[in-house]
Design a protein around this ligand. Structure first.
Ligand code: GAL
Ligand code: CA
Length: 359
């Protein structure tokens, strides 16, 4: 589905949301608009499979681009009906959506958990109805995925993204002495963190900083801020760092691109000369993130392979929906423990940006 179509859909849902939330009707409306098909499973031909998806937050930039890729893959397939729900950051809403998708006859359900520590209702409902679940992007804990043999996870290795971000930052700090603007031999840095408790926030923060230090950069931590993957929240937090430290921040490592862009927004709003900005790094390689690298506002980012993850999810959904097993994908994807497919991350800087901009 094209970017502008998603925007139109989301705008329409946003427009209607107050009215429909009150009436409790937002969910079916959203699903019907997005799927462009009926939710009445009895009406579909028997050879068609039905795939349901619920995402934790429709306004998340990376996930909305991921879903663009996923729907594009599925649009090309004629024997699949798709319904997509937005959980609006409520696990309770998501639990109800999963139950509804089961009632509506979904053959397989893809769940981007709101609360990755609370998948019990989803798992119990799916197990009872014998409908396989593909969790994606927000990884549930190992004990939970082991609760049934038809639970799967598609995502990436959070540690790898942190290591690659740390390596990018280290090579910039070691090769460009002007990063150490005050010349004290140390890099004054801050970290922008995603949601508390999210695997990608905890692990990326730990590994990016550890890697920077292991590579031989002497560091001086000025602080960190949790900005929930969100550009506006990051802008507010970084604006207050700028108030405290002026041009004393030399490096910002962000858990994702949107928060790195929020930092850039804060520097732009501060009116500070670009030469006094810190080096800023993100993770994701969203369209806006890539453009910031191209425009030399972000020094580098790490590609979170939304195309690869969406393709793996589409292939697994169709395979499971037709009664097949994950092993059928063994030639195409690396499968771990019969349950996990993780796509690799890649480093992005000004030198290889064109390859990613043209994806
Ligand atoms: C991460 C991604 C973030 C955000 C988050 C949501 O993998 O880097 O930008 O989308 O997932 O769970
Ligand atoms: Ca310094």
């Amino acid at each position: 589905m094209k970017d502008h179509l998603w925007k139109k859909i989301f705008a329409r849902v946003r427009h209607c949301s107050r009215r429909f939330l009150i009436a409790g009707c937002l969910v079916p409306l959203f699903a019907t608009i997005l799927s462009g098909c009926t939710t009445n499973s009895a009406a579909r031909p028997s050879d068609k499979i039905k795939v349901g998806v619920t995402i934790y937050d429709q306004y998340d930039t990376f996930l909305s681009q991921y879903m663009d890729c996923f729907t594009k893959e599925l649009e090309a397939v004629e024997d699949v009906d798709l319904v997509v729900y937005n959980a609006s950051q409520s696990q309770q809403t998501q639990n109800a959506q999963v139950k509804k998708m089961i009632e509506d006859g979904c053959d397989v359900i893809c769940v981007n958990l709101v609360d990755r520590t609370d998948p019990s209702t989803v798992i119990d409902a799916a197990k009872k109805a014998d409908v396989p679940i593909i969790f994606f992007n927000r990884e549930l804990v190992e004990g939970d995925i082991g609760r049934w043999n038809r639970l799967f996870y598609i995502g990436a290795d959070a540690a790898q993204s942190g290591i690659l971000e740390g390596e990018l930052a280290a090579s910039t700090c070691l090769s460009d002495k002007s990063i150490d603007r005050n010349g004290d031999g140390k890099i004054q840095y801050i970290v922008l963190e995603g949601e508390a408790g999210h695997q990608d926030a905890i692990v990326r923060t730990e590994y990016s900083v550890d890697t920077l230090i292991k590579k031989g950069v002497e560091v001086d931590k000025l602080g960190y801020a949790i900005a929930n993957w969100n550009r506006a929240q990051a802008q507010t937090k970084v604006a207050s760092f700028i108030e405290n430290y002026g041009d004393g921040i030399e490096l910002i490592m962000s858990n994702n691109d949107d928060m790195a862009l929020g930092a850039i927004d804060a520097y732009e709003a501060s009116g500070m000369l670009k030469s006094d900005w810190p080096a800023i790094f993100g993770i994701d390689g969203t369209t806006v993130g890539l453009e910031a690298v191209r425009d030399d506002k972000m020094t580098g980012t790490v590609y979170n392979d939304k195309e690869g993850q969406a393709e793996a999810m589409y292939r697994l959904a169709v395979t499971l929906g037709h009664g097949g097993s994950i092993e059928e994908l063994a030639d195409e994807f690396e499968i771990t423990d019969g349950k996990y497919i993780r796509l690799p991350y890649e480093k992005i800087t000004a030198t290889n940006i064109n390859k990613f901009l043209s994806r």
